[in-house]
Design a binder for this molecule. Structure first.
Ligand SMILES: [Zn+2]
Length: 560
């Protein structure tokens, strides 16, 4: 079985022996493209070559490109770790023709590489291809259809799709053209909806797109008219992680050897039992303070994924900050740290992951040899900074819960005196506001208060839910969700008002610097009255942490 590194190497070797120049991955920070937050496809570094603005001394290239998709329209960070194929960092394998070969060779190369016994040897009866069916006055890609048939692909395995799936364009004007995709059938066990016998094009997870071939055939002018390009070009992209899943017979990318060593290292560093088999999952459960094993597994996958993104982003010069790229990086690092905490690791650990990634990937990305020490230090500093912020949040949580726990105690022990309660739960417990109401045996922690800690200090939702549950206090999930929804609506409104025409690189609603409201939390006074007081969120508050960092760690929905 080919390792992930061998698959990467083999892809590049195939195209090198077909006359392609092997070009090193460009930086994750796009060099000349202000519209792009991070490099997210192999073609980014060749954009000007495709546009005819730049000449190179080669007309065929192949790359394994570092890519990050996070925070933008392409990827919801919350999903990463909880699905088989979401990543923040991934590697895109590609071959490119700059006015050299076109559809005929591109299709022949692709089919040879994936099906030839000398190369990837994927059984043909597990593959499907798609072509552009023609739509909106643009002609059907009959040429691609004929070329797939000529490769021996059965006609009933060639599917025709519309503009949305099989037509690509660089922008509103400029190069564009139809595309063809190759899909792999992972079998019924890969269906996330339990389909025993569904057919291609079901999107339940069973059928996985592995390779996208883009045929840059037209130049769209300002009037929208498509003019044939004099020298049509080729741009392809194949995700290494999902190709590895296919070739290693795994349903999840995270079960390939591109991730398993990192997941193992993450489990060592967080003191979690290795999650993989049923037996070890049980150990993981026991060692992670009662978190069910599938959640432990998700947390380890989050750490594995996010540490790759953090390592490569910092290596390419991005630093954690409150704006733009640095903001996304900070969000990624802090989400990984949070998941380490969910596994019970409160000490810095993430900076050690950097060396595991270096050891695995330095052959393909030699820059890691030079940068790993610096990268690790940067991650370590961010870990310390976040721990400080979280520490403040933990104290606030204890302050919030103490009066509720006292109330519960009083309900169970009606004769308890105020002095006794103060001894047990803190000197600030008082009768104030108590009136004639009976103490509740199951007091409720208001969701608005919990949200403030979540929003201001990055307190993970799970922490607060568990802390409340452990102390016999009910958690007001509805109130929390409501406060979250209000916060999002405010952020959207203020963003729209501030920036009427955002470009992608600027479209980070939370990236503007906000001053932390001075001592705006009524929660610090809450312990003086445990009964009827309900905190209200001041809509004018711009929530920010003590260090000016706007709350960004969003606990994945499936952890709630
Ligand atoms: Zn299905």
């Amino acid at each position: 079985m080919l390792s992930g590194s061998e698959i990467r190497r083999k892809f590049l070797d195939f195209f090198v022996q077909k006359g392609h120049k092997e070009v090193h991955s460009s930086s994750l920070v796009p060099a000349n493209d202000p519209t792009l937050l991070f490099t997210n496809a192999g073609m980014n570094q060749f954009k000007d070559v495709f546009l005819g603005l730049e000449k190179r001394d080669y007309t065929r290239a192949t790359t394994s490109q570092k890519c990050v998709r996070a925070g933008g329209k392409h990827n919801d960070l919350e999903n990463v770790g909880f699905t088989n194929r979401h990543h923040t960092f991934f590697e895109m394998l590609g071959n490119f023709s700059f006015g050299d070969y076109f559809k005929k060779d591109a299709i022949a190369y692709a089919w040879e590489l994936i099906t030839s016994p000398q190369w990837f040897d994927i059984p043909k009866d597990m593959l499907y291809v798609t072509i552009f069916k023609g739509e909106a006055g643009i002609e059907r890609d009959a040429e691609a259809y004929g070329l797939w048939v000529a490769q021996g692909v059965p006609k009933d395995r060639i599917y025709e799709m519309g503009l949305k799936d099989n037509f690509w364009q660089m922008g509103d004007t400029g190069p564009c053209g139809p595309s063809s995709e190759i899909h792999y059938d992972m079998g019924p066990s890969a269906s996330e909806q339990g389909h025993p016998d569904c057919a291609f094009t079901c999107d339940c997870g069973r059928y996985v797109e592995i390779w996208n071939l883009v045929f840059m055939q037209f130049d769209r002018d300002a009037s929208g008219k498509l003019n044939p390009l004099p020298r049509p070009s080729i741009d392809t992209g194949m995700g290494l992680e999902r190709l590895a899943a296919v070739l290693q017979g795994k349903i999840s990318n995270y079960d390939t050897d591109l991730f398993t060593p990192l997941i193992k290292r993450a489990s060592e560093l967080t003191g979690t039992g290795h999650v993989g088999t049923a037996a070890s999952a049980v150990r993981a459960e026991q060692s992670s303070a009662g978190f069910p094993s599938h959640k432990s597994g998700a947390s380890l996958r989050v750490i594995a994924d996010h540490s790759r993104a953090a390592t490569f982003l910092i290596s390419d010069g991005v630093l954690p900050s409150n704006e733009g790229r640095g903001y996304v990086l900070r969000k990624i690092i802090r989400r990984a740290i949070t998941h380490g905490r969910l596994l019970g690791q409160t000490k810095p650990f993430l900076h050690e992951m950097v060396f595991a990634i270096r050891d695995m990937m330095q052959d393909a990305y030699p820059e890691l040899k030079e940068t790993s020490e610096r990268v690790s230090k940067t991650v370590h500093a961010e870990e310390n900074r976040f721990a400080h912020t979280l520490g403040l949040g933990l104290q606030k949580l204890a302050d919030d819960l103490a009066p509720l726990v006292a109330e519960k105690h009083l309900a169970a022990n009606p004769g308890t005196t105020l002095d006794e309660l103060r001894k047990l739960f803190g000197s600030e417990v008082s009768w104030e506001g108590w009136g004639s109401m009976a103490p509740r045996s199951k007091p409720v922690y208001p969701g608005e208060k919990a949200f403030r800690l979540y929003d201001t200090f990055g307190m993970p939702l799970d922490f607060m839910q568990d802390a409340a549950r452990d102390q016999g206090v009910e958690f007001d999930q509805e109130g929390f969700d409501r406060a979250m929804a209000e916060q999002r609506a405010r952020a959207r409104a203020s963003w729209k008002a501030a920036k009427p025409a955002p470009t992608p690189v600027k479209s980070w609603p939370l990236s503007t610097k906000a001053k932390a409201p001075k001592n705006s939390s009524p929660g610090t006074k809450a312990r003086s009255s445990w009964t009827t007081r309900r905190s209200t969120l001041n809509p004018a508050d711009r929530s920010a942490t003590a260090d000016g960092f706007i709350r960004t760690i969003t606990t994945p929905p499936s952890l709630t």
